[in-house]
Design a protein around this ligand. Structure first.
Ligand code: PRP
Ligand code: ZN
Length: 285
């Protein structure tokens, strides 16, 4: 039987979340640190552990059928692959950074300077769009130390928390692009692999939905229910159960987590009490 080959990052910013996503999709696999390939026990997929930089090329060549990696790498490598789903984790940005003490008046700063990066394609695109003439010094790792050791004047690199820049005395001055984890796929999968992929994407979407939504329970006076439903617009046809105490009821529904945090004070003012917000493990709509 055909198996879908999924490439994920072997070690780095995306690997832990990629593992967790597969596990939450109910895909069970063993995961020794030195293993490069493993087969899931309960779903027709094989998992390949690769450098994220190589994943676009491997997916294009169908060494892997699909891959989980940052959009930043997908845009940089510009391979002939399809972006199938945005995953909402590993948010980061590709930014230009300069020595902290340097004065920065605008992009002209970079004219005739040397910029170290692992993203030469995206950087040169940015430079030409902004009519800047700078020298690109391509290096594959530890880009942030380049100015400190005299290899370059500035860097163009991935920033997530910003702590790497901080510890290297650098300051972010321009964001070139924003990125998050995505799934990419080969464009020529056969029907059998497409059907495994559809099942896999269905699971991923259920996991994503469950992360964005919470199950909410609260008690409120019956007369406040209309008002409460207006405060939480995502709350469609809530379940309402009477409480022993006359005139009171318990309301159960699903809400977007963001909506909930925005409106907690309004809910309380409307009379909601004993509010419980509970994670949802899977959400199938
Ligand atoms: C990036 C970048 C920094 C780090 C920044 O590496 O090169 O090392 O993340 O993160 P911070 O702002 O939270 O300190 P990434 O994992 O994207 O690259 P790699 O695959 O080359 O290790
Ligand atoms: Zn990498």
């Amino acid at each position: 039987m055909n198996r879908l080959k999924i490439a994920i990052q072997k070690s780095g910013r995306l690997s832990e979340n990629s593992h967790r996503l597969l596990e939450e999709c109910g895909i069970k696999f063993s995961n020794g640190t030195s293993v490069l390939k493993t087969s899931a026990r309960n779903f027709p997929v094989d998992i390949l552990f690769l450098r994220d930089d190589d994943i676009p090329q491997y997916v294009e060549q169908q060494v892997a059928d699909i891959g989980i990696l940052g959009e930043n790498m997908v845009f940089e490598k510009n391979k002939d692959v399809e972006v199938l789903e945005q995953l909402g984790f590993a948010a980061c940005r590709l930014s230009l950074a300069i020595p902290r003490e340097d004065v920065f008046a605008g992009p002209e700063y970079f004219n005739n300077r040397k910029i170290a990066t692992s993203y030469p394609r995206l950087l040169s695109q940015y430079l030409s769009e902004n009519n800047i003439t700078a020298q690109i010094e391509e290096i594959s790792g530890s880009v942030e130390i380049a100015p400190g050791i005299g290899l370059a004047d500035a860097v163009c690199d991935i920033v997530s928390s910003g702590s790497t820049l901080l510890t290297n005395g650098l300051r972010e001055v321009i964001t070139i692009l924003k990125s998050q984890a995505v799934i990419i796929g080969n464009k020529n999968l056969d029907d059998e692999k497409r059907s495994i992929l559809e099942k896999f994407l269905f699971r991923i979407r259920s996991v994503k939905k469950s992360r964005e939504n919470k199950y909410i329970l609260l008690n409120a006076p019956e007369k406040a229910i209309g008002e409460i439903c207006k405060i939480l617009p995502g709350m469609k046809s809530p379940t309402i159960l009477p409480l022993v105490e006359k005139g009171w009821c318990s309301l159960h529904s699903v809400v977007r987590e963001d909506d909930f945090w925005e409106r907690i004070d309004q809910l309380k003012a409307a009379g909601a009490e004993g509010i419980l917000v509970i994670p949802i493990e899977k959400m199938i709509i």
